[in-house]
Design a protein around this ligand. Structure first.
Ligand SMILES: NC(=O)c1ccc[n+]([C@@H]2O[C@H](COP(=O)([O-])OP(=O)(O)OC[C@H]3O[C@@H](n4cnc5c(N)ncnc54)[C@H](OP(=O)(O)O)[C@@H]3O)[C@@H](O)[C@H]2O)c1
Length: 217
């Protein structure tokens, strides 16, 4: 996967409670038109064949070191189900032995000890449970959970790996955002694979936009 580099910009956001060193990152790979999967959930388009002359590469050692720096993963139930189906097809389990928190109100199969399920108030969970226990907390999808995380003002940074493809329709990166989220571009990297990795710091989460616009005063 391209785009696994560390943002250099320091976080200035106030935390509600918990470990002040902790950092919540949202990371996903998406098409240039902003989709993380096709409408039916397929991600076949993630394998692209582009070549960008002069682009960066990441050695397996660098990728391994980077993945080591992640302390836990958080994901929605549909992303978890996709990961389970990939594993069943022989593609492996990309999260190693790191703790994985799956958000769901359903009873899903628990295939390993590292998986824990949670249902309910996400802000309470992140600030009260995850931040005190982990430093580097990665939200890895999907669109519903990323949207929820941003709406609640829980994310410190957003990492967006743009793949060199347009797919026209699909599941959006951020589902149902009801407000502007002001970002600071902290890093841009282009990879040999044609993937562009963007890293943004989350600056503020504004109030929801008014529903009606007054055109005549
Ligand atoms: N391109 C990429 O990098 C990337 C990364 C990740 C995922 N994906 C793709 O994205 C798709 C899934 O994304 P998605 O937006 O449809 O779904 P999602 O965000 O993975 O999961 C959403 C579901 O999580 C559960 N949930 C969310 N918040 C909750 C809370 N606070 N408490 C309890 N349950 C909660 C709900 O399901 P319940 O009904 O279980 O309660 C909700 O419907 C898959 O196709 C996956 O392959 C792509």
């Amino acid at each position: 996967m391209g785009g696994l580099t560390a943002c250099a910009y320091p976080v200035q956001k106030p935390k509600i409670m918990g470990n002040t060193d902790s950092r919540v990152t949202i990371h996903m790979a998406a098409s240039l038109d902003g989709f993380i999967a096709r409408k039916d959930g397929r991600v076949d388009w993630l394998e692209t064949s582009d070549q960008f002359a002069g682009g960066d590469t990441m050695s397996p050692e660098l990728v391994e070191a980077f993945l080591k720096s992640i302390d836990c993963y958080v994901m929605g139930s549909r992303t978890y189900e996709t990961a389970l189906s990939f594993e069943a097809k022989g593609f492996g389990w990309p999260y190693g032995n790191k703790p994985i928190f799956v958000l769901t109100s359903r009873k899903l199969p628990r295939t390993r000890d590292t998986v824990e399920f949670y249902s309910g108030d996400l802000a309470h969970f992140v600030n009260g449970r995850l931040r005190p226990a982990f430093r580097s907390i990665w939200f890895v999808g999907g669109g519903v959970v990323s949207g929820e995380c941003l709406r609640l003002g829980l994310a410190d940074e957003v990492r967006y790996s743009i793949l060199p493809i347009l797919i026209g329709d699909g599941i959006p990166f951020f589902e149902k955002l009801d407000r502007d989220v002001v970002l600071h571009l902290a890093e841009v990297k282009g990879y040999k694979s044609g993937t562009v990795a963007l890293c943004y710091e989350v600056r503020t989460c504004a109030q929801p936009a008014p529903t009606a616009v007054v055109t005549h005063l």
